[in-house]
Design a protein around this ligand. Structure first.
Ligand SMILES: [Zn+2]
Length: 690
């Protein structure tokens, strides 16, 4: 799976005018881009803070003191600022598409985008319709009279994008990376993680009670009498608790070998006999036979099958009804939207709903991302910006290669293979070479929820018959306007969408040292190192899950990585809760490897260009570290931090800054820090990995 850089929630966003399917010469930006972001901003610095005591407070403290998190957000900072800027431009694109939707051919990208967005924006219609837009699906759940009908309904809801019982999807086969295999993995929970169901602390008890109250309220809004809704909510909670108990923890799932169980389809009926697998495959739209399936958690599927046989059909109907209404709630009438928001706020801490246009813009990006991406690129991403970003990435590659060649702890056989894996690593920068065709997507003027389910089904049909076929290496897992990036170990590639390659990440006309600290360190170096973190290192150059390490090198790697686990276990996440060093290990390794590699890349670039000037009173090395810290500029609500410590493999921003920086003697040198300063960790605690 891709490992995302970012802030827990993928924030995507966009820009663009020319929406024709065949974009020609990029039009230059007609829409002004507010506000001005810089890769290095001296006004964010708190000069009263000591860089050697708390570097995050030094680099960002000026901003933190002035900032208030807006009511509709769970955090503020770089991600929100870049996203806000993009959204203003994207909005103008969608407004134009909405105005033109009836004058363009029905199959054109403009008509699809305009109709989808207009239907989302029609709040008056949503309020008038109430529950009606999903009435047909609710009736179909009510009509379930037998176990086989139950399984068919589950399959059908899954293809509409409703998360029930388990996840079924095609993805690269971890041990035959050139081909897709069908995966069945644990799923079907309404709380963010299985631990919420099993933890016995008071905070978890309270959240469970609030979840049951939320289910009750949701089902009441959908038309059930309150007493019946309360009884149904208890059934849903009991069913999900059974699923949660049979689910692997997030830590267990970090071992890719633990989730690989390639199973012949013929053996599925023994594993999960309650599911008539040929009927299931037909219902989800598989037209060609599948011979193998990767059952990520066999114990989970076994348990699901037992529950399908033993629990009363009433329990299952309540469960499916709740999940259907819950999936549609953001797009139904105001009471549903308000209840959905109130429940989500328990985990995010947000105080206010986003404006409707932002919610509609985001769902359009999620469902029709490449239709927007094409226009975004035409508008904002110049070939020059792409070339300059590529130069930074090239320097990162070269520096990582040099580091590999010099590692003292690694044997030559492992080193040779690591070098070949690095050389084989693919990269995508900016946007795809070809754009997805949406002409067959069915969107209609009318209620929005059915359009969302239709878009989910369209996407499902696009990929449903992939098992057994060659992996499409041209595919992007993030939309072009997204402010994020990823490394995908299953095809050994790193991907940087155009939406991220803008200030505050990167400025093609800006200061070199700042660009190497931000794009070089926390983006390119970070994603590249994911190929060699504790999970990524288990995959070979082609993306196969295969051990290419000499045993002694694995031992040495693990010993050094443990120093990072210990380091982050020592940091506080929120309240008195510590960061989970094991859960965040892959990201922390990527941050550290990324930063040391980017530092070398900066020195390489400074030698090449001779630009060693002092700017705003700071040397290039100082600007490099400040820009790195400022790329993590953020400020997060405590509710969100409490959720993330359970669900997010990324540590909080201040530790993603201070953690790696305090392991670097080059940092101490740049800021004249002394042994014993908090930002100078003792040499015996500093890991030597990449
Ligand atoms: Zn990452």
């Amino acid at each position: 799976m891709p490992t995302f850089r970012s802030w827990g929630v993928a924030l995507s966003i966009i820009i663009a005018p020319a929406l024709s399917a065949q974009t020609t010469a990029p039009a230059q930006s007609a829409v002004p881009i507010p506000p001005t972001l810089k890769v290095f901003d001296p006004s964010f610095i708190d000069r009263s803070a000591n860089a050697c005591h708390d570097f995050f407070a030094f680099a960002n403290g000026g901003w933190v003191k002035r900032d208030t998190i807006p009511a509709a957000f769970s955090s503020s900072g770089v991600s929100k600022d870049m996203t806000d800027r993009n959204e203003l431009v994207v909005r103008s694109v969608l407004d134009d598409a909405m105005a033109q939707r009836h004058s363009k051919p029905a199959k054109s990208t403009v008509a699809k985008l305009g109709t989808f967005y207009a239907s989302c924006m029609d709040s008056a219609r949503a309020d008038k319709d109430g529950i009606n837009p999903i009435k047909p699906q609710l009736d179909s759940i009510t009509a379930i009279k037998s176990r086989p009908e139950l399984v068919r309904e589950i399959a059908s809801l899954q293809t509409d994008g409703v998360n029930v019982l388990f996840n079924f999807f095609p993805a690269a086969d971890p041990k035959d990376a050139a081909h897709y295999i069908a995966w069945a993995s644990q799923g079907g929970l309404g709380m963010p993680d299985r631990d919420y169901y099993t933890n016995s602390d008071p905070a978890s008890d309270s959240l469970r009670r609030k979840y049951v109250a939320h289910i009750t309220k949701t089902l009441t809004l959908a038309g059930e009498p309150p007493a019946a809704a309360a009884a149904d909510a208890a059934r849903v909670m009991a069913l999900e608790t059974e699923l949660a108990k049979a689910s692997m923890t997030r830590l267990q799932r970090r071992d890719p070998n633990a989730t690989y169980h390639k199973t012949p389809v013929a053996a599925l009926s023994a594993l999960a006999p309650a599911i008539d697998w040929p009927v299931y495959f037909r219902t989800v739209g598989l037209t060609s036979p599948v011979s193998f399936i990767n059952v990520s958690q066999p114990d989970f599927l076994k348990r699901a099958s037992i529950l399908l046989t033993t629990l009363p059909l009433d329990d299952w109907r309540a469960y499916l009804r709740y999940h259907l209404v819950s999936a549609a709630s953001p797009w139904l009438s105001t009471p549903f939207v308000a209840e959905d928001f109130a429940y989500g706020s328990l985990y995010s801490g947000t105080k206010q709903l986003l404006p409707r246009w932002k919610r509609c813009l985001r769902v359009t990006d999620r469902k029709l991302g490449e239709a927007l991406g094409e226009a975004y690129v035409a508008k904002t991403f110049s070939p020059e910006a792409k070339a300059q970003a590529k130069q930074v990435i090239d320097d990162i590659r070269a520096s990582f290669r040099d580091r590999l060649n010099k590692l003292m702890w690694m044997s030559d056989s492992t080193r040779r293979y690591a070098l070949s894996k690095l050389a084989a690593m693919n990269e995508k920068v900016g946007y795809p070479d070809t754009w997805r065709d949406y002409s067959e997507l069915r969107v209609v003027d009318g209620a929005f929820a059915p359009n969302v389910f239709s878009a989910n089904a369209f996407e499902w049909q696009r990929v449903a018959n992939r098992p057994g076929k060659p992996v499409d290496k041209a595919e992007w897992d993030m939309t072009v306007p997204t402010v994020n990036a990823y490394y995908d170990p299953s095809i050994n590639e790193m991907v940087f969408p155009a939406g991220a390659l803008a200030p505050q990440t990167f400025d093609a006309t800006g200061d070199l040292a700042s660009n190497y600290g931000s794009l070089g360190g926390s983006w390119a170096g970070h994603e590249l190192t994911h190929g060699f973190d504790d999970e990524g290192r288990r995959y070979d150059a082609e993306g196969n899950l295969r051990d290419w390490w000499a045993p002694m090198d694995s031992v040495r790697f693990t010993g050094q990585a443990q120093l990072i686990v210990d380091q982050f276990n020592g940091y506080i996440q929120v309240d008195t809760i510590h960061v989970n060093g094991k859960l965040t290990l892959g990201e922390n390794l990527a941050d550290f490897g990324g930063l040391v590699t980017a530092y070398d890349a900066l020195e390489r670039a400074l030698d090449r260009t001779g630009k060693r000037e002092v700017i705003d009173g700071y040397t290039p090395e100082q600007r490099f570290f400040i820009a790195y810290a400022q790329s993590w500029r953020s400020h997060t609500r405590p509710e969100q931090l409490r959720t993330r410590v359970k669900t997010d493999p990324h540590a909080p921003a201040e530790w993603r800054t201070n953690g790696p920086v305090s392991n670097m003697p080059q940092f101490a040198e740049a800021f004249h820090c002394k042994p014993g300063d908090p930002m100078v960790r003792p040499p015996d605690k500093i890991p030597h990995i990449w």
